[in-house]
Design a protein around this ligand. Structure first.
Ligand code: ADP
Length: 505
């Protein structure tokens, strides 16, 4: 008789989960408050199906209140016109607080999204603190410009915060995506209204308390949980919100462009979908490392990543060998309890997203050869888990090779030469990232120039660093998160031209 070990919850994290206090109210004008109409929605742990809390379901009245508070705080100048050294110190203090509260934030992130505690505790939460520290440190080192226009005038170009910024973010990296938008916007002196995704509001709500503790003035940072059409659309349509930073689907990104057109032409910065290519040439210096990277590129975070390398282009000459290495590497991603440090993947974020991915897998079964995975696992847990799934011999025009699945589903597409793979990789409505594996320097440079995407990783996969910009071209969006360039989205340029009169004799 075989015995099945019970789920190996890590005792430390189980204790943290038991003790954690879940904040479910919105944060408006410096206070935690219920939604104006008192409505709530159930926040669910996707790894068990259990309800974690009843979270405020914000709507247009809450957006109006938050926008008014944000505008008041902006006009007061307490944050927008203070010495940037004050913003620097405050945001660095916030980064420190995020680190001090790492365990609580990590458990909230994992309970809320199903992602591995291993990743929330070591990547998501410390990575978010790093982002606040980076933009905090940078904000008092942005210099304005004086233009050489001759002796008759003084021309300056100065940067000014745009005003009230809406940040509408997704559920795959809730705290990190909030940090990517809010940190540069706040550092630049704006007031911010953050709307977390309805699937994952908990860390954003906790962050609001830390922001107040760090000293961000009342009204400068507001958090409105709620559904897209109820809380997201009023942000997009609001006449007194000056800018929106959005990460999410291409479909909703297009809605935000429409909202801006129908309201006040607010600036809209979009980081949307992707179908990134992972390209392996026979001259890659270490095929095993490449196969491990290919597995990580699609199975990390359950494949719920906009820049996931979901199309794997393998040169015909190494197709069999590389596929064998990839199948071996995929074994490290068997799903399990997110609180078990030995699990390879966590739960999918929701039952709805699971159904969406499963329906793509069914389509894939009619379009290509299923090599591994292909369905739901651990159903007895009450949670939503999908096995790492790989399809081979995929036609580049197939549904699974062209549409964003946002799950652990990889399509292997063979190619014969460089020109062919560039054309296949570029034949996508998306242009977020690409990964190229070769030891030929010339080829690496040629490919990085030819691929129409926002980031190319060579002999690395989806390399994201807060010092370098992240974002896409085509229908992957516009504008860039991270790096000093992120400031550009949240600052306007002002020209001042001063004619200088002659000195009196
Ligand atoms: P995903 O497909 O990854 O769930 P979405 O684009 O649906 O991504 O969601 C990203 C963010 O956009 C979330 O905060 C969500 O609530 C918000 N959102 C969804 N639908 C709308 C909408 N119709 N208008 C405004 N915001 C929306």
């Amino acid at each position: 008789m075989t015995t099945h070990p019970s789920p190996r919850h890590h005792p430390f994290w189980t204790d943290v989960a038991r003790l954690v206090q879940i904040e479910t109210r919105a944060f408006i004008d410096g206070d935690y408050v219920p939604a104006a109409d008192g409505r709530t929605f159930a926040c669910i742990n996707p790894a068990t199906g259990a309800v974690l809390g009843a979270v405020a379901a914000c709507s247009i009245q809450d957006v109006d209140r938050a926008a008014a508070a944000a505008r008041r705080s902006f006009e007061s100048g307490r944050w927008s016109r203070c010495d940037p050294a004050v913003r620097r110190r405050t945001l660095i203090r916030l980064a420190d607080l995020i680190e001090e509260h790492r365990d609580t934030l990590a458990i909230l992130e994992t309970l809320d999204t199903g992602k591995l505690i291993r990743d929330s505790a070591t990547l998501d939460i410390p990575g978010s603190a790093d982002v606040f520290r980076f933009f905090g440190e940078a904000c008092d080192k942005l210099l304005d410009e004086a233009v050489p226009v001759g002796t008759g005038a003084l021309a300056t170009i100065t940067r000014e915060p745009v005003g009230v910024v809406g940040a509408v973010v997704p559920w795959n990296f809730p705290l990190k995506m909030a940090a990517w938008k809010c940190a540069p916007a706040l550092a630049a002196g704006n007031s911010v209204i953050l709307k977390p995704a309805e699937q994952s509001p908990l860390t954003a709500l906790y962050l609001a308390g830390l922001a107040a503790e760090a000293g961000i003035p009342r009204g400068v940072f507001n958090v409105l949980p709620g559904f897209g059409p109820d809380a997201g659309a009023p942000i997009g349509l609001h006449p007194d919100i000056d800018c929106v930073g959005f990460t999410g689907s291409t479909e909703v990104g297009k809605l935000f462009l429409g909202y801006a057109g129908r309201s006040n032409m607010k600036r809209v910065w979009l980081e949307c979908g992707g179908k990134s290519a992972f390209i392996v040439f026979p001259d890659a210096r270490d095929l095993k490392a490449a196969a491990q990277a290919a597995a990580a590129g699609i199975f990390f975070n359950q494949g719920e990543i906009c820049s996931a390398t979901s199309r794997l282009f393998v040169h015909e000459d190494i197709r069999a060998d590389f596929t064998a290495l990839l199948l071996e590497a995929a074994r490290a991603y068997m799903p399990g309890d997110p609180l078990d440090l030995a699990s390879g993947m966590g739960a999918m974020v929701s039952a709805e997203q699971t159904q969406r991915v499963l329906s793509y897998i069914e389509t894939g079964k009619s379009e290509a050869n299923l090599l591994c995975g292909g369905g739901r696992v651990l159903a007895e847990s009450g949670g939503s888990f999908i096995a790492p799934t790989i399809f081979a011999d995929v036609d580049p025009r197939a549904v699974i090779a062209t549409e964003e699945i946002f799950g652990p589903v990889l399509s292997i597409i063979p190619f014969r030469n460089e020109a062919e793979v560039v054309s296949l990789a570029n034949a996508s409505i998306y242009g977020l990232g690409a990964s190229v594996w070769t030891s030929c320097l010339d080829r690496a440079v040629r490919l990085s120039r030819a691929l129409h995407v926002g980031s190319v990783s060579v002999n690395a996969v989806d390399h994201v660093d807060l010092r370098t910009p992240f974002g896409g071209v085509k229908q992957s969006g516009n504008g860039r998160d991270l790096s000093l360039h992120a400031f550009e989205k949240y600052l306007d340029l002002k020209t001042t031209w001063i004619s200088i009169g002659e000195a009196a004799a």
